[in-house]
Design a protein around this ligand. Structure first.
Ligand SMILES: Nc1ncnc2c1ncn2[C@@H]1O[C@H](COP(=O)(O)OP(=O)(O)OP(=O)(O)O)[C@@H](O)[C@H]1O
Ligand SMILES: [Mg+2]
Length: 512
C-alpha cells in the first residue's frame, strides 16, 4: 500500500467513526427523552426572589415551587408561563400563552389587578400580566378596553384592539361659540342658567343644597342648531374654567357619540362602549378640564324600549346609561347633553329630575331668528355688490338690506313659497309654505350658494360681490332642491309644524 492509499483509508475510517458517534448520541438522546417524565406547564402568580421560590398555578392548583439555578429569577414575572420538572422545580420559562377569552375591563383594582366582565354580567378579578403593566406598575389598559385573559389562571395578558370601536367616539376641542349661533337667544340663556351658573358658583349651590342638573336634553327639528349649541357649551365652559382658574388654559373636550352607532349587534358591546365613553370623560375631567358628552340621535337608544325589538337594549343599555349619568354627579366637570329630533321617543327615565332634566326645544327660526342666523354668515367683511353698498350708504346697512331681502323671500307667503298640502284624517287640508321648514342649515346653505354665484361672476370677469340677485337665485335653488324633503319627514314632525298635536296627517302632497 502506498502512503497515499493509507492516508485515504485512514480518512475513511475516521469519518465512519464520526458518523457512528453521531448516531450513538442521537440514540442516547432519544433514550433519555423517552425515559424522562413529561414536563408540566404552569403560570407564575408570585415570585419570592430571596427564597428563590415561586407560586405557580397548574390547572387550577397553586403550588409553591423552587426556581432551579438554571433559570434567571429576574425573568420570572406574574403571568409568565414556565416549565417544571418532575420535582416541580421551575426549569425554564416558556412563552406567554396566546389564546384565551376576550373580556371587557370594567374597573381598576389595586395591586396590579382589574375587574373584567364575564358571561351573564358577572364580574371577575384577574391579575394583569407583566405585558399589561408599565414600568411603574400601572395598568396599560382602561375600563372599556378588551383584554385577552386566561380566566382559569386568573391573568389578563394582552389588550385586544377592535378597530371599529374607537371611531364611535369623536373627541375634539370645540371651536363654536354662542356668538356663532343665531336666533336662539332664549335657549342659550336657559342653558347658561342651568349649566354654567352651577359650574361658576358651586359654593352657592352647595349652600342652598341644590343639585345642579347633570345635563340637558335638546330636541327639535334637524339642522336648527342642536349640535352647535352642545359644542358652544363646551367652549363656554372652557372659558368659565379659565376665568375661575387664571393662568389655566381655556380648553375643554367635546365627546360626541351617535346613538345608532352605539347600538351594535354584539351582545354586551354597547354597554362596554358606554362605560368607555364615561371613563374617558371622567379621565379628562379629572385633569381639570370641562367635558361635554354629547349623545346625538339619543332617541335611538330608547326607541327600542317596549317595542320588543331587542330585549338586550331594553334591559341593559338604558339602565347602564342612566347609572353612568347618575355617576357624573361626583365630577362637576362633566356635562351630558342629549339631542334628538323625536322628543316623543325619549324615555321618561332619562329626563327625570337629577338626570337630563333640563329639556330645551330648539325650534325652527322665525323671521327674527332667520335674520339673526343670516347675519352670522352674511357679514360686512365679505365682498359685496358695489351698487348695493352705494345705495345703502355703508357695508353694514347693505348687509342688513340684503338679509331683509332673503327673509322676505322665504317668509312672506306667496304662490312662490307654497310647499306642500297636508290632508288630515278628518278630511281637512292645509297648505304649508316653505318657511315652516326653514332651518339654520338651510339659511347657511343659501348664503353659501350666493357666495358661489359671486365667485363665478368674478371668474367670468364681472365685478362680483354678493348681490340681491345672487341671493334671490340662491333662495330659489334651495327651495327647489328641498322640494321632496317633506315626504321624508316624520308624521310627528308634521303634526308639530301644523300646530295641531294629535291630528293625524294621512296624506302629503308636494305642490312644487
Ligand atoms: N341657529 C343657528 N345659527 C347658525 N347656524 C346654524 C344654526 N342652526 C343651524 N345652523 C347651521 O346648520 C348646520 C347644522 O346645524 P346643527 O348641526 O347644529 O343642527 P342639528 O340641530 O344638530 O341638526 P340634526 O338634528 O340634523 O343633528 C350648522 O353647522 C350651521 O352651519
Ligand atoms: Mg346634530
Amino acid at each position: 500500500m502506498t502512503h497515499e492509499e493509507l492516508v485515504r483509508k485512514n480518512d475513511r475510517l475516521a469519518s465512519a467513526l464520526r458518523a457512528t458517534r453521531q448516531e450513538l448520541a442521537t440514540v442516547q438522546e432519544q433514550v433519555r427523552q423517552l425515559s424522562t417524565t413529561p414536563n408540566t406547564f404552569g403560570v407564575i402568580v408570585r415570585v419570592n426572589l430571596q427564597a428563590r421560590t415561586a407560586d405557580v398555578l397548574m390547572s387550577g392548583r397553586k403550588v409553591r415551587c423552587a426556581i432551579s439555578e438554571a433559570v434567571a429569577a429576574a425573568s420570572l414575572f406574574p403571568g409568565r408561563e414556565v416549565i417544571l420538572n418532575d420535582h416541580m422545580s421551575i426549569v425554564s420559562t416558556s412563552d406567554f400563552d396566546d389564546i384565551g377569552d376576550i373580556v371587557p375591563v370594567t374597573d381598576f383594582l389595586p395591586h396590579g389587578r382589574i375587574a373584567v366582565q364575564v358571561r351573564d354580567g358577572e364580574e371577575r378579578v384577574v391579575r394583569l400580566a407583566e405585558s399589561l403593566l408599565d414600568p411603574a406598575g400601572n395598568a396599560k389598559v382602561r375600563p372599556g378596553d378588551l383584554v385577552r385573559a386566561d380566566l382559569r389562571g386568573g391573568f389578563a395578558y394582552e389588550a385586544i384592539e377592535r378597530a371599529d370601536t374607537e371611531e364611535l367616539m369623536l373627541e375634539e376641542v370645540p371651536d363654536v361659540s354662542y356668538a356663532d349661533i343665531g336666533g336662539l337667544g332664549p335657549q342659550i340663556a336657559q342653558i347658561k342658567d342651568s349649566i354654567e351658573l352651577p359650574f361658576l358658583h358651586p359654593d352657592h349651590y352647595r349652600a342652598h343644597r341644590l343639585n345642579p342638573p347633570r345635563g340637558v336634553m335638546l330636541y327639535g327639528p334637524p339642522g336648527c342648531g342642536k349640535t352647535l349649541i352642545a359644542k358652544a357649551v363646551a367652549t363656554s365652559l372652557a372659558q368659565s374654567a379659565a376665568e375661575l382658574n387664571p393662568g389655566a388654559e381655556a380648553r375643554s373636550y367635546f365627546i360626541s357619540v351617535k346613538g345608532p352607532e352605539l347600538l351594535t349587534k354584539y351582545v354586551g358591546e354597547t354597554e362596554r362602549q358606554i362605560r368607555k365613553i364615561f371613563y374617558r370623560a371622567r379621565q379628562r375631567a379629572r385633569a381639570g378640564l370641562p367635558v361635554v358628552v354629547f349623545f346625538d340621535e339619543m332617541d335611538s337608544l330608547f326607541r327600542t324600549r317596549g317595542t320588543g325589538r331587542s330585549s338586550d337594549v331594553e334591559t341593559t343599555v338604558v339602565p347602564q346609561l342612566l347609572a353612568e349619568i347618575d355617576g357624573v354627579e361626583s365630577l362637576g366637570n362633566v356635562v351630558v347633553i342629549g339631542a334628538t329630533n323625536r322628543e316623543d321617543m325619549i324615555d321618561p327615565a332619562i329626563v327625570r329630575p337629577g338626570r337630563l332634566d333640563v329639556k330645551i326645544r330648539i325650534s325652527r327660526p322665525d323671521r327674527g331668528g332667520a335674520a339673526d342666523i343670516l347675519s352670522k354668515y352674511l357679514i360686512p367683511e365679505l365682498p359685496l355688490d358695489g351698487d348695493e353698498v352705494a345705495a345703502a350708504g355703508s357695508r353694514e346697512s347693505a348687509v342688513a338690506a340684503l338679509i331683509e331681502g332673503v327673509v322676505d323671500a322665504l317668509y312672506t307667503e306667496s304662490p312662490e313659497t307654497v310647499y306642500v298640502e297636508a290632508t288630515y284624517d278628518s278630511g281637512e287640508t292645509e297648505i304649508f309654505h316653505v318657511h315652516s321648514f326653514a332651518s339654520g342649515a338651510m339659511l347657511a346653505n343659501i348664503i353659501d350658494r350666493a357666495k358661489k354665484y359671486s365667485i363665478k361672476d368674478q371668474l367670468r370677469g364681472l365685478p362680483g360681490g354678493i348681490s340681491r340677485a345672487h341671493l334671490a337665485r340662491a333662495v330659489a335653488a334651495e327651495i327647489r332642491e328641498n322640494a321632496d324633503l317633506p315626504s321624508a319627514g316624520s308624521p310627528d314632525e308634521w303634526a308639530r309644524v301644523s300646530g295641531r298635536r294629535g291630528a293625524r296627517i294621512t296624506h302629503l302632497r308636494t305642490l312644487r
